[in-house]
Design a protein around this ligand. Structure first.
Ligand code: NAI
Ligand code: MG
Length: 354
């Protein structure tokens, strides 16, 4: 394990700038003195696009590749046409760096109010509902590959296709990763979410591989849900989930719901992971650039700080990751009143360095 972390930082747009500053504050405070943090900032996003027309130049992509990990704030602004930055920057990074594991934890911390009635976790009460799951979303296939096109564009006879790509190779590697994560957790439960009664071609491939790989993990209990049923259980019985594995599109939608039931977008963290380490993995809050509150110091940096914990864990700093999570848990349990973005960051940095 290298004792230098070469970190590429992409603050991005809007509140991305504000929350990343706090994430770095906490990262700097938690790292042991003998670990050197070399961070390089990259200016990417809406501002760069407006200035130069570039989304992700090849030279920048090559430079990013030389880092151990990437910390990203948020990219985007309503002034940029929809799809330009999503496809030209965020998805381009995911595909170029083979981020096939998109990891999104859904955990209701004690003291955090869930919009689900009777689901406030106080950390002690017996009525507490323990929401603590992780969604392992496939990140490089499905309907997100750009496999489609249009014909007779702009006419009443226009045709558009958006073909979902599913490979045995791609499914197997994400399914095996999910089993490993389930195996390492106390409940050892893995749920496959798909729609195999209607999307039979892809669905049967997923289901078959899920069963085959499962034979290597006899201790893991398995379950299957159609995606529509899963949305019901996310609301009525979120505590039933431990690890969930699903395709790119279902995972995108389910994880927004997951964020909503566990206390909101200000707390939802994510990792775009290349487990082999061949390319740097990228960690980011689930939320966007929030133009409505940008520049006002109102953004909650907690999702970014939790993303930093995932980054630490990925780089092998498990103790430091746990320290950051514990600091967030303690801070959330005691939260009251309104604090600015930097006040929350200061409080968390103080906790991890104590
Ligand atoms: P958004 O997540 O930026 O904001 C949705 C709502 O949540 C807003 O009311 C915002 O104020 C609030 N919010 C978000 N993060 C918060 C935080 N940390 N603390 C407190 N409140 C927070 O989603 P929206 O408005 O749909 O998108 C805004 C821009 O961000 C768009 O250009 C969109 O394309 C981009 N975007 C980028 C993402 C990324 O970089 N991965 C993800 C989602 C959106
Ligand atoms: Mg999304």
């Amino acid at each position: 394990m290298s004792r230098t972390i070469r970190l590429a930082v992409v603050p991005g747009d809007g509140i991305g700038q504000e929350v990343v500053a706090e994430g770095l504050k906490v990262l700097g405070a938690v790292l042991p003195a003998d670990v050197k943090l070399e961070s390089t900032e990259y200016d990417l996003g809406a501002r760069r696009y407006h200035r130069t027309g570039e989304t992700l130049p090849d030279g920048v992509l090559a430079e990013l590749k030389g880092h151990d990990a990437i910390l990203l704030g948020a990219i985007g602004d309503p002034s940029v046409p929809s799809g330009v930055l999503e496809r030209g920057l965020l998805l381009k990074l995911r595909f170029a760096f083979d981020h096939h594991i998109n990891l999104r934890p859904g955990r209701l911390f004690p003291g955090v109010k869930s919009p689900l009635a009777g689901t406030e976790s106080d950390g002690a009460s017996t009525t507490r509902r323990d929401i603590d799951f992780v969604v392992v979303r496939e990140g490089t296939e499905g309907p997100y590959v750009g496999n489609g096109g249009t014909l007779r564009t702009g006419t009443p006879q226009e045709v558009a296709t958006e073909v979902s790509l599913n490979t045995a190779y791609g499914i197997e590697r994400v399914v095996r990763d999910a089993y490993r994560r389930a195996q390492a957790r106390p409940r050892k439960k893995l749920t496959l979410v798909h729609k195999n009664n209607v999307l039979v071609h892809a669905g049967h491939l997923w289901t078959r591989i899920f069963a085959e790989v499962g034979r290597e993990f006899p201790e893991v209990t398995t379950d299957y849900l159609h995606v529509d049923a899963a949305t019901i259980f996310f609301v009525t019985q979120p505590e039933r989930f431990d690890v969930i594995v699903t395709d790119n599109l279902f995972g995108d939608i389910l994880t927004d719901l997951a964020a909503a039931v566990t206390g909101g977008i200000g707390l939802a963290a994510s990792g775009n992971i290349n487990p082999s380490g061949e390319f740097p993995s990228m960690f980011e809050p689930v939320h966007g650039s929030a133009p409505d509150i940008a520049g006002q110091g109102k953004a909650d940096p907690t999702a970014t700080v939790l993303s930093v914990a995932m980054l630490l864990d990925h780089l092998g700093f498990a103790a430091e990751a746990a320290k950051v999570e514990a600091a967030v848990a303690a801070d959330l349990a005691e939260r009251s009143g309104t604090r600015s973005t930097s006040q929350v960051g200061d409080a968390l940095a103080a906790r991890v360095s104590g």
